[in-house]
Design a protein around this ligand. Sequence first.
Ligand code: PLP
Length: 412
Amino acid sequence: MSIELPIYMDNASTTRTDPRVVEAMLPFFTETYGNSASRNHSFGWAGEGAVTLAREQAASLIGSGPKEIIWTSGATESNNLAIKGAARMMAKGPAGSSSRGHIITAIHEHKAVLDPCKRLEREGFDVTYLEPGSDGIITCAMVESAMREDTILVTIMWANNELGTINEVPEMGALCHDRGVLMHTDATQWVGKMPTDVERDNIDLMSFSGHKFYGPNGVGALFIRRRRPRVRIEAMIEGGGHERGMRSGTLNVPGIVGFGKACELCAEEMSGEAERLLGFRNRLETELSSQLDVVTINGHPTRRLPHLTNISFGFVEGESLMMGVSDIACSSGSACTSASLEPSYVLKALGIGDDFAHSSLRLSMGRWTTSEEVDYAIASIVKSVNHLRAMSPLYDLHNEGIDINAIDWQSH
Ligand SMILES: *Cc1c(COP(=O)(O)O)cnc(C)c1O
């Protein structure tokens, strides 16, 4: 089988929309194009019917009721709505006063969680940013010891987007329900890949996004629990009262139809897919760490998503490595391409040194990844790392058994 280059191994950034999803969406652009809020004609009813079906497909994927799904523009909006909406609803004093309530999150959450938390700090809320251990996991015990009398909300992601590490979210859900605290989780990397049951796992608010599981871009959902307890949030977008007043605006019917179809396909295919991709991930990790030395796999060895790996290669420079593997579309822990020279804050949160953070690759596989592509990626990375190390005097010293960190460079 021939391989088309470049190979796509950046599914944690976004996925290809499944052609079956596109097929389901198409009639809603040019045939069934009614506004789902139009109550007086068949165009509107057809739109509303399609949205209702999508709500059921999404609910069935996560174990919620269909009325507990609120449509948004993506996980960034869902996180904003959940975190700011819940905090402002539960706030103890007026905006600007101090000690309006306590929120628990973690330092290596996605920016779409951290930035709303920072906003809330400016509005008078206290936020605790938990630090993970070197395995990247946030445990339930960490959350429990940060809990206070005035804690109103815990927001911890289900699986980390850079590492694939899986936090103890169901345990935190149970703890929160015991204490009368709301539990939000950014499940953008989790939903559609791993079995999800918000009822069993005591989740109150959960964000997820279509383009991370083979649906279209620009459509997300927020699960908002309606009973035991009934969760209330303050709206951010007002005007017209759509989505029971929690998110106004004409619904993106084609996008929502695609989101629903993507949910249905994931429900059918995720277990086989996870098994297949775990085989690929294990092969990537085993081959890279046996064919190369000074390789570390970042994050917990086993508590990780099956399709994603984050690997650092010692004695190579991040930018050169990215250029060397330009036939593999993937992400790097190096942020040198952007304005800052700082490596990934997620990798730094694990205590990984700057050099190893810069020289890391995040490879995330998906529905269309083939066995041949995995083999090609292994060969390409091995070749590139060997090539770069052949030019590295530090790697020579390392091979001569000299401890690089013990050298006093100043005195030479
Ligand atoms: C991609 C991602 C987001 C942002 O989702 P959008 O739908 O692109 O806004 C938020 N959180 C995590 C963990 C993500 O992976």
